[in-house]
Structure formats: C-alpha cells, structure tokens
Ligand binder design. Structure first.
Ligand code: PMP
Length: 392
C-alpha cells in the first residue's frame, strides 16, 4: 500500500478499506460545481470506466450518492412491481437484507438459504425456478458475513434459461473478484465505493443490462422510491456521458473526483492482473489462518472468497478478549456479523491495494493476539504460509 506515511493502523476490515494517495488527494480538493467542465468530464469518465470494469459494454451505469444498500434498493425499486415473484439466494446476512428490501417494494419473496459455509446447489435453484414464474433472482457474490463466494456464471446461465432477471450483489466483490457481466449474462451488478473499488464510503454504483432497462421501461406502475427512480437518474447519466451537466440531486462531487482516480487505478493495474492478485492474496491469507490452526467458515476452497476471510476462533478464545488483544497489533480487523455465530469468528478484509506487508502484519497480529489469549499459535508458520504463496 502506498498511502501509509504515518504510524496509524492499517484498516484490514471488509470495508471501508485503505485508499491510494491519489484517491485521497482527489477527494481533498475543494468541492467543484457539478456543472464545472472538469467535473462533467470526471463524471463521464467514471461512467465509461464502470462499463469497462464491470465488463459490460452495452450496460447502463448509474452512479449516485448513497451506500451499497441504496444500490440494492435501486435494483429492487426499479425492477419489481407489486406481486412480482423474486427469488433470493442467501449465503449469509446480506441475502436476508435483500429479501427485506424486495418485500418492501411489493415482491413475493422466496428465500433459498445455503447451509452455513456453503452455497445453494444449482440444481436446487433450477428446480425452484421451474416451479413458479419468477421475475428476478438476487444472489450475493461474496457475502461479507461468511466469506462465501457464489459462482456468478452459473447464476447468469440459470437466469437466461428461465428468463429471470439476475441481480448480483457485488458490494464485497466488484473490482476484486472476477466478474464478466455481459459475457455471463447478469442483468444487474451493483456495488459501493468503499470496498474493492478503493474509495471512501458514500457512492452507490450499479450497471444495468439492456434487458434490465427494458424490463424497467415496460413497467405498468410508478417506481415507489422517488430517490431511487431511474426516471430521475437516467437523464442525468445520459447527460454526463454526453459531456453535459444535468441536475436531479446534487452529486457527491468530492467522492466522484475520488472515484475517477480509484477507477483509473483499477484499469491501470489491469482487470485480469487484479483478479489474479486477489486470488493469490486470498489463498495466502487462508493458508496462513490454517497454518495458525484456525478453520474458516467457507467449507472448502471452491466457495471461498478472495476479498475477505472469516476464520473461526479456537474454542478456548473469547471474541472480546481476542479483539482486545488485537488492539496491540498494527492492523484493525472486524468481529463476526452473522447473528447466530457472531461471537465465534472474526473477519479480515484483504481487498483493494492491500500489500504483502499488510498481510504479514495482520497474520503476526492475529498469532500474537491468540497467544495473548493463552492459545498457542506459531507466528512463523503463518508468515511462512504467506511467503510460500506470495513469492511464488
Ligand atoms: N452487500 C454486501 C455483500 C455488503 O458487504 C454490504 C456492506 N457490508 C452491503 C451489501 C451493504 O452496503 P452498505 O453498507 O454500503 O450499505
């Protein structure tokens, strides 16, 4: 990571994450008018870069002030009408949230819940989609509460087979995990600025396929959310893409300038290189946790996310003691999130510009904290596991 010039702790939680210096500098400029030529250019660049990063050249990007939850709600509000059936594939906390949002917008929701640490079998989803006429299916690419990753390509395939719109919650995956929206036929891919995108929180980002835009155009009833309604936002996105200003709600000008820098960083690294780097980082971190004697929530490598990890604590270590012991480390990590097991595990984000040394410091900090809690863990084994993979 290139930003750390002070001795402050490194943020290794699953979002917000550390930002590169150029992102922070762009954010720190005096606010611009949303009609200023350089702002118009930056906004247009962001929209074009989103299509490139989402790998969705024919998609319609939306960039609005808000968090990832707003991006989730925007998809639901614009695509659901009263009584439509929606299927939620849930692999943790954020699946339940999507079900609540869809219900709020009038959908009849069915939830398919994965066993803890696993995904729902494709054949089970196929069977449910066969039974009823669903309009839309959501899935969480990486659920931040479990670190379980779903295969988006197979979801896109199911969506096409059953003519169901597919919505990928990519808040913990876009720009970290591999996503090929157009090739995989995913109708909505949404995220927020504060995770693998590498920008402070405050922007909701979404790209809609032509099929999703058509479904919205064919609505018979008005969108129930005023702020999320594409009727209000589409003219704004079109204007900025065409190099003209337009107003609906004041854009988060400083965040948009930061986003432009962040998206440029991603494209400069290269998408394939970035996916590979995250795969390597994720693998290294999981191996290090295993070397310390910890087990992970994802039941095997094929469902394990690369943007974050969720290790269980050993039975003899209590979370509050462990988190207190982590206070001495150079890094900040997160506790559990899934209500039923939240005191039994912790979470570490390793997405965006996380560096080899950040991983090392994190593993060292965890090993020391475990030992401080009277649980034997060999720091060197953890560090070696990281080395073995990162220097390959
Ligand atoms: N979905 C997932 C997978 C997330 O990780 C999060 C945030 N942790 C959200 C949705 C909601 O995003 P936000 O907190 O930005 O509203």
């Amino acid at each position: 990571m290139t930003t750390m010039t002070t001795n402050r702790k490194t943020l290794m939680i699953p979002g917000p994450i550390e930002c590169e210096t150029n992102v922070l500098q762009a954010m720190g400029e005096p606010p611009k008018s949303h009609t200023a030529p350089d702002f118009i250019k930056a906004f247009g660049n962001c929209l074009n870069m989103m299509k490139e990063i989402w790998m969705c050249p024919s998609g319609q990007p939306f960039l609005v002030a808000g968090t990832g939850t707003l991006a989730m709600e925007m998809a639901a509000a614009n695509l659901i009408e009263e009584g439509d059936r929606a299927l939620v594939i849930s692999t943790g906390y954020f699946g339940k949230r999507y079900a609540d949002i869809l219900e709020r917008h009038g959908a009849q929701v069915t939830i398919l819940e994965a066993p803890l640490g696993d995904t729902v079998k494709t054949s089970d989803i196929d069977a449910v989609l066969q039974q009823n006429n669903y309009k839309l299916m959501t899935f969480t690419h990486v659920d931040t509460s479990t670190a379980v990753m779903v295969d988006p390509a197979s979801m896109g395939e199911l969506g096409r087979k059953h003519n169901v719109l597919t919505v990928l919650d990519g808040v913990c995956s876009v720009a970290g995990e591999e996503i090929r929206q157009e090739e995989w036929g995913i109708d909505i891919v949404l995220t927020a600025s504060q995770k693998a995108i590498g920008v402070p929180p405050g922007l909701a980002l979404l790209v809609a396929s032509p099929k999703a835009m058509e479904a919205w155009e064919l609505r018979k009833t008005q969108v129930r959310s005023y702020y999320a309604d594409w009727s209000n936002w589409l003219p704004i996105m079109e204007a900025y893409t065409a190099g003209k200003p337009a107003y609906f709600g004041t854009p988060a000008v400083s965040l948009v300038m930061a986003l432009e820098a962040g998206l440029k960083n991603i494209l400069e690294e290269g998408l394939e290189e970035r996916f590979d780097r995250h795969k390597k980082t994720g693998k290294a971190f999981r191996e290090a946790m295993k070397a310390l004697g910890l087990t992970l929530i994802p039941k095997n490598e094929s469902v394990a996310a690369n943007t974050l990890s969720a290790p269980y604590l050993p039975e003899d270590v209590m979370l509050p003691d462990f988190m207190q012991a982590m206070g001495d480390a150079e890094v900040i990590i997160a506790g559990g999130l899934l209500p039923d097991i939240k005191s039994l595990y912790f979470r570490v984000g390793h997405m965006g510009s996380v560096a080899h040394t950040d991983l090392m410091n994190t593993v060292r900090g965890i090993a020391r904290a475990l030992n401080q809690c009277a649980h034997k863990a060999n720091e060197d084994d953890g560090v070696l596991a990281i080395e073995n993979i990162m220097t390959r």
